[in-house]
Write a protein that binds this ligand. Structure first.
Ligand code: FEO
Ligand code: CA
Ligand code: CA
Ligand code: CA
Length: 659
């Protein structure tokens, strides 16, 4: 979600400050001890120093089973794109970037063609949704040329979707001006899509009338499973059993499981709920405030009373979960897996641990919120997908504490242990997962600078955590893992589980990179000096470890006048003397962020999601609108608004990406 847009109007006033009132691990005195020799060295970065750091970190001599370079050979080979800002996308020379599917294109066989003047809830429910975010690719019969793409639709930009609504209005005024049909249309533009895709003659297309095609919206029926299923805090007038909920909302990043399911993660759920003073009136007032409710943005309560918290005080508890979906069966019922906790989930980076248990790393994207880990009780059965069907319903959710000495601990959110008892509002494990933030507060987790995507390199067991930014962190609030006050550009933390065991209670960690322009000394960026003026970035958001074990970082927020460059996807070296070297591979059109980077198993196709193209991140009546947009990407036709789209990047003449 574009940050400035979210800062200016109602919703982001809350996120600006964060909603975490605890004193957990923001103590200024911590940093004094941990402004470590390593950080100092990184600040004064030189190639020799980086080599020493790499040795100090005990990075394995092989960074990956496929032999990605750890010595002086860079892992990525491509001609870097020039950073900048204009109306279209740019990809590295020698590559093609083709639009695969756009907002409004048909997903289901009966979908009408996109007509910007006549979008309805009915048409939108059969067409590709808005603001594509996470992308996952599931091969069909093992193919890297034929498979299913799963795509999240995170949120909507009404000012860019509907003609004639935005001129002369501020964003709050636009929300008020939406008709009921337009509001319902935005609800159908949320959720996710499953599409069948095929590469023939080197080009990718969407398979029409696929038996797999599916739209999931804010209205799709889903089951609630795990410790919160049937809990009294999950019961509503429409669902007195507390086991069925309609829809998923604000699905940001996600993950794929080795048993062939899609994990899709609900993030900023609070902005969809209205109601007169619900926070002040509810028995769960503290929890509602901790989750940021009480500052509505999307006017959904006008058309659907379940989004009115005064009428349905438990409905908010039914959102903010990781949803598991079987993309191979369009009739399957999506499941909200409550054992993984309720918060503003960014993604679900995962790995099969060496003992066979499944481990999911999760960021809670809010200023001063936490990094979580879920370890299943059972083990993955690699030979029988169906045996893993309910694996995510039992296990241990933990939250991270980063200590000043480069060590850390996973603190279990288990009812009955430590402070998680009835006297503190946790009568059972359902209470713990529904109010996971409150439980984590009591355990003393470390307050982070907006944890976004987390991804695992299964070959080295290193875990990379994107911390996008936190301009509200004050000098007195810094800690070892969040060492910059006024952190406008974010940083990346690397976690190394003890013994390569992702179920271990303890871990080592370090800061891989402090982001921002290294040419501006006070920013304190720590890119390797081999990084060019095009190669640095700020605001890391989504990330991907590709099948060769290489880290790609996508950004959200560069395009705000702060950096003179749009968002994009950068290739970041993580090992050897090149560690900390970054190169720009692809950049987005003006106003967009880059989401969902995903690479096919054969390394030949790089899928990217272009989210909110043309968004001026401006609250004034002169903002970019449907009728007067910053860009009409990707169609560039008069009268056609910018359209969020998924693109397929391939090498001209074929071949593996960046090799
Ligand atoms: Fe939806 Fe945290 O990015
Ligand atoms: Ca984002
Ligand atoms: Ca994101
Ligand atoms: Ca973000």
């Amino acid at each position: 979600m574009n940050e400035l847009k979210r800062v200016t109007p109602l919703p982001e006033a809350q996120e600006d400050d964060g909603s975490n009132p605890t004193a957990n691990a923001t103590l200024g005195d911590v940093i004094a001890g941990r402004l470590s020799r390593r950080d100092v060295m990184m600040g004064a970065l030189a190639v020799t120093a980086v080599s020493a750091i790499a040795a100090d970190l005990d990075i394995p001599s092989k960074s990956h089973a496929t032999g990605a370079a750890t010595n002086s050979t860079p892992s990525f080979r491509f001609a870097e794109v020039e950073a900048g800002v204009d109306a279209t996308h740019h990809v590295a020379e020698g590559y093609d970037a083709d639009v695969l599917i756009r907002w409004g294109d048909p997903v289901l066989g009966d979908a009408p063609p996109f007509d910007t003047a006549k979008q309805t809830a009915s048409s939108q429910s059969t067409q590709f949704g808005y603001n594509n975010d996470y992308i996952g690719y599931f091969p069909l019969e093992g193919s890297s040329n034929h498979g299913l793409l799963v795509v999240n639709h995170e949120y909507t930009n009404e000012e860019l979707m509907f003609p004639g609504i935005a001129e002369g209005r501020t964003r709050p005024e636009i929300q008020k001006a939406l008709t009921p049909e337009q509001i319902l249309t935005t609800m159908m533009a949320h959720g996710g899509s499953v599409i069948e895709v095929r590469r023939t003659g080197g080009k990718w297309t969407v398979v029409a009338n696929s038996k797999y095609a599916r739209r999931i919206t804010a209205d799709t029926e889903m089951a609630i499973t795990g410790p919160a299923a049937g809990h009294k805090k999950m019961r509503t007038s429409a669902d007195p059993e507390g086991r069925l909920v309609k829809g998923m909302i604000n699905n940001c990043a996600g993950g794929m499981t080795p048993w062939g399911t899609w994990l899709t993660c609900e993030e900023n759920i609070n902005f969809y709920f209205d109601g007169k003073d619900p926070v002040g009136r509810s028995a769960d007032a503290a929890a509602l405030a901790r989750y940021g409710f009480g500052k509505p943005w999307n006017p959904w309560a006008r058309v659907d009373p379940r989004f009115d918290m005064a009428r349905e005080p438990n409905e908010p508890n039914r959102f903010g979960w990781v949803v598991e979906i079987d993309p191979f069966d369009p009739k399957s019922v999506p499941k909200k897996r409550t054992a993984l906790g309720r918060f503003k989930h960014e993604g679900a980076g995962n790995v099969v641990n060496k003992d066979g248990r499944f481990v999911v790393y999760q960021g809670d994207d809010e200023r001063f919120d936490y990094v979580y880990r879920f370890v299943t009780a059972g083990r993955v059965d690699a030979s029988n997908h169906a045996a893993n069907r309910d694996l995510l319903d039992a296990g241990t959710l933990s939250v991270a504490r980063f200590d000043e000495d480069g060590r850390g601990a996973w603190l279990p959110l288990v009812h009955g242990q430590g402070p998680l008892v009835a006297a503190n509002g946790f009568a059972d494990q359902g209470d713990v997962v529904i109010h996971a933030r409150l439980a984590a507060d009591l355990l003393g987790a470390t307050k982070m600078d907006r944890p976004e995507d987390v991804d695992v390199d299964p070959a080295t067991n290193r875990v990379f955590v994107m911390l996008t930014n936190n301009s509200r962190r004050k000098a007195g609030d810094i800690n070892a893992a969040n060492p910059r006050a006024g952190n406008d550009f974010g940083h990346i933390v690397e976690i190394r589980p003890d013994g390569g065991d992702h179920a271990s209670e303890t871990f080592g960690w370090d800061i891989l990179l402090r982001c921002g322009d290294p040419a501006i000394a006070p920013v304190g960026a720590t890119f390797n000096p081999a990084t060019t003026a095009n190669g640095w970035f700020g605001m890391p958001d989504n990330c991907m470890i590709d099948p060769a074990g290489r880290l790609w970082v996508a950004t959200d927020g560069n395009n705000r006048g702060k950096t003179g460059r749009t968002d994009g996807v950068w290739a970041l070296e993580t090992a050897g003397p090149a560690r900390g070297t970054s190169k720009l591979f692809f950049r987005v059109p003006e106003g967009a962020e880059l989401c969902g980077p995903y690479m096919t198993p054969d390394l030949e196709t790089f899928f990217v999601a272009i989210q909110h193209p043309g968004d001026s991140a401006d609250d004034s009546p002169s903002m970019s609108t449907h009728d007067k947009p910053l860009t009409r990407w990707p169609d560039f036709k008069d009268g056609m608004p910018p359209r969020p789209s998924v693109m397929a990047i391939t090498r001209k003449g074929g071949g593996k990406i960046a090799t």
